[in-house]
Design a protein around this ligand. Structure first.
Ligand SMILES: CC(C)(COP(=O)(O)OP(=O)(O)OC[C@H]1O[C@@H](n2cnc3c(N)ncnc32)[C@H](O)[C@@H]1OP(=O)(O)O)[C@@H](O)C(=O)NCCC(=O)NCCS
Length: 178
């Protein structure tokens, strides 16, 4: 079985790569004619979900989207290019990286607009979580992203534990105050 085979237990990054091109229309923009941040996040979510789907070949839900910097404004009439691929597969989740460029409509030059990391969880029709295939990184860039994805997962887990502790401390304080 090869990783191009959808039933393969191992996937390559290339088999998950996805690309979407969108023309920015007035409905996507604010009153200054700039692409709305929420609309950009929607495009990022969709492009990321397609890479996750290509990896898992089942339903996926977005569990998290990391911090995004909006580096450059995008204008009505611009072409937005989004590329995504799976960085690492865990047990029932995958981390996907999405990079976004704007193509200048007159010159065709590309400008980096935003990047984001998202975590998708694989589920079946009943909503039961599904084990995901392993990912085999091949190129030096894929290996770097694979290693960085583990560090980000550890950071997310530490942050979640910190938030849980802070919430428990606030609940205990308000219980003692009553
Ligand atoms: C995402 C969801 C399925 C996780 O379910 P859960 O019961 O909390 O699952 P667990 O805590 O046992 O974690 C399951 C996996 O999700 C990952 N996960 C859960 N919450 C996460 C978060 N906030 N950030 C990153 N990963 C997360 C866990 O690391 C774990 O991964 P692993 O199996 O690869 O180790 C659930 O919270 C959910 O359905 N959320 C709503 C999703 C949604 O509606 N998204 C928007 C529309 S698609």
């Amino acid at each position: 079985m090869t990783s191009a085979d959808p039933t393969s237990a191992i996937r390559t990054v290339a088999s998950t790569q996805s690309e979407m091109t969108e023309i920015i229309l007035p409905n996507d923009a604010n009153t200054l004619g700039n692409l709305l941040g929420g609309r950009l996040m929607h495009f990022i979510d969709l492009t990321g979900a397609i890479a996750a789907y290509r990896h898992t070949r089942t339903h996926v839900v977005t569990a998290a989207m990391d911090h995004i910097d909006f580096i450059q404004p995008v204008h009505v009439g611009d072409l937005l290019i989004l590329k995504s691929s799976v960085n690492r597969a865990f047990n029932t989740s995958v981390e996907v990286g999405v990079k976004v460029w704007v193509e200048d409509s007159k010159t065709g030059s590309l400008l980096h607009v935003a990047s984001a990391y998202l975590v998708f969880v694989a589920i079946d029709k009943q909503g039961t979580r599904q084990k995901v295939p392993a990912l085999q990184p091949e190129t030096p860039t894929e290996i770097r992203r694979y290693n960085d994805a583990l560090r980000r997962r550890e950071h997310r887990e530490a942050e979640a534990a910190r938030r849980k502790q802070a919430k428990a401390a606030i609940a205990a304080q308000s219980k003692n105050a009553n």
